[in-house]
Design a protein around this ligand. Structure first.
Ligand SMILES: [Zn+2]
Length: 400
C-alpha cells in the first residue's frame, strides 16, 4: 500500500506525505481532472501482507508492471508488479464518488461521534468537534479557496474546480487525531499538528484551541465561534493557523490543477507555493494579510541561513528533495524555497508560470534525475543559475 511506503516530511508541526522514491507521492488530481470521466474501470486484485485485496477504480499510471491505482474516493494505491494477481478492464465509466456517497463512506470509516459539516461548497469537513469549531474551519477553508482561485486568476494562471468536495478531517483533540493519523503516517503523527496526505488526498487537523477538550471535561465550558476566533486571534496562534493554511494550500494545489499527485513536482515548488500562501492575519475577518505578501517567518529563516549558505545551495535545492527530508536542513530548505518562489513570482512571473504549467502536465511516476531537474530549471529561468542566485539574494535582502 502506498501509505506504508510514504514517509512524512515534518516542518514546524506540519507534514505532507512524501514517498521515499519521491515521485510516488506527488500528483494526480490534474490528470484526473483532464480525464474527468474515464472510459473504463480497472478491476485489480493484488496481494498485500499475504492477504488478497480487490479494488475497482482507475489505473492512472503504470511503470515496469507496477500500477498506480485510484479508487472513486480519489485514494491512490501503488501496487507493485509482483503484488498484482489479476487486472481486468471493463467499459463502464469511472466516476469519483459524489457528495452523498463520499459522506456515507467517511461516516462508515471514521469512529463513532463523527459527523459531516454540511455547508462548505468546496470541502467536506468530517469532524468530531462542536458545530462551532467545524464552522470556523469551514469559513477559513472557503476563504482560502476564494483567495487561492482569485490569486491565480489575477496572475493569469488557469486553475480548475476540484472534481469532488475536498475532504478535511477535524479531530476534537490530539488523542483522536493521533489514533487516526498513526494509521496514515505512523509515529510522525505525534509530532505534527496537521498534514495533507498525497495518497488519501485528505487533510487532517485537530482543535488548535483546546476548547473542545475543555468542554468534554467540563460541560460548563461553552464553545462559541466568538471564543474560538478570540483564541485563534492571539499572536501565539499565528503559526498554528499558518499550518492549517499551509496544508490546505497543498490540498488545493493538488486538486485544482496546479500540481499533480505522483508526478515529479520538486518539493521546492510545492512547498514554495504552500509557504507563499501561509501568511495569515489572525486578527482580521479576512484571514490573511495580502496573499503573496512577505512571509516574515520564512524571510527570517532565510536570513539566518545566509551566513552559512553554501555556493551551490540553490542547485541542491532544485536538484532533488533531500534537504527537505533531513530534519537538520529542513528549515533552511523551507526558507530558501519561500525566497526562491517569492523572487521568481515577483521578478520572473511569466517564466515561473510556464514552468508551473510544464510541471502540471507531467505524468505520474515519471521521475527526473537531478540532472534533468536542473536542466528543466535552466530551460525555464536561464542557463546561469549562479547569476540568478545572486540576483535572488540581493532582492530578498532588500525586502522590508
Ligand atoms: Zn508543506
Amino acid at each position: 500500500m502506498i501509505s506504508s511506503e510514504c514517509e512524512p516530511i515534518r516542518v514546524r508541526g506540519s507534514a505532507v506525505l512524501m514517498s521515499r522514491a519521491f515521485p510516488i507521492c506527488l500528483a494526480l488530481a490534474a490528470v484526473f481532472a483532464a480525464n474527468r470521466v474515464a472510459l473504463a474501470i480497472d478491476h485489480v486484485t493484488y496481494r498485500v501482507d499475504g492477504q488478497l485485496e480487490q479494488r475497482d477504480g482507475q489505473v492512472v499510471a503504470e511503470k515496469a508492471g507496477a500500477l498506480l491505482f485510484m479508487t472513486p474516493d480519489l485514494r491512490l494505491t501503488l501496487v507493485q508488479a509482483d503484488e498484482v494477481v489479476e487486472h481486468t478492464v471493463d467499459d463502464e465509466d469511472f466516476e469519483p464518488l459524489d457528495r452523498k456517497a463520499l459522506e456515507a463512506e467517511l461516516l462508515a470509516e471514521l469512529p463513532e461521534g463523527f459527523q459531516v459539516y454540511k455547508r462548505p461548497k468546496h470541502f467536506m469537513i468530517a469532524h468530531n468537534t462542536s458545530q462551532a469549531y467545524a464552522r470556523w474551519c469551514a469559513a477559513l477553508l472557503e476563504r482560502l479557496y476564494s483567495a487561492f482561485v482569485n490569486y491565480w486568476d489575477k496572475q493569469g494562471f488557469e486553475v480548475s474546480e476540484p472534481d469532488t468536495p475536498l475532504v478535511v478531517l477535524v479531530f476534537a483533540d490530539r488523542a483522536s487525531f493521533n489514533r487516526y493519523a498513526r494509521s496514515e503516517i505512523g509515529v510522525a503523527a505525534d509530532s505534527v499538528i496537521g498534514y495533507y496526505s498525497l495518497t488519501s488526498n485528505r487533510m487532517c487537523i485537530f482543535d488548535l484551541t483546546g476548547v473542545e477538550a475543555a468542554a468534554r471535561n467540563d460541560p460548563r465550558h461553552s464553545i462559541s465561534e466568538q471564543r474560538i476566533q478570540q483564541l485563534l486571534s492571539r499572536p501565539e496562534s499565528e503559526r498554528r493557523v499558518a499550518t492549517v493554511v499551509h496544508e490546505a494550500t497543498h490540498l488545493l494545489a493538488f486538486n485544482c490543477g496546479l500540481h499533480q499527485r505522483m508526478a515529479d513536482i520538486p518539493l521546492w515548488v510545492s512547498e514554495g507555493v504552500a509557504i507563499y500562501f501561509e501568511t495569515p492575519d489572525v486578527g482580521s475577518n479576512r484571514g490573511w494579510r495580502t496573499i503573496g505578501g512577505v512571509n516574515r517567518v520564512r524571510l527570517a529563516e532565510f536570513r539566518r541561513y545566509l551566513p552559512r549558505r553554501p555556493a551551490d545551495s540553490l542547485e541542491t535545492l532544485i536538484a532533488d528533495n533531500g534537504r527537505f527530508r533531513n530534519t537538520t536542513d529542513a528549515a533552511d530548505a523551507y526558507g530558501e524555497a519561500w525566497a526562491l518562489t517569492y523572487y521568481l513570482l515577483e521578478r520572473h512571473t511569466d517564466a515561473y508560470h510556464r514552468y508551473l504549467k510544464s510541471l502540471a502536465d507531467r505524468q505520474p511516476l515519471d521521475n527526473d534525475t537531478p540532472e534533468k531537474r536542473l536542466a528543466a530549471f535552466r530551460e525555464a529561468f536561464g542557463e546561469d543559475i549562479g547569476a540568478l542566485d545572486r540576483d535572488m539574494v540581493r532582492y530578498i535582502q532588500q525586502l522590508r
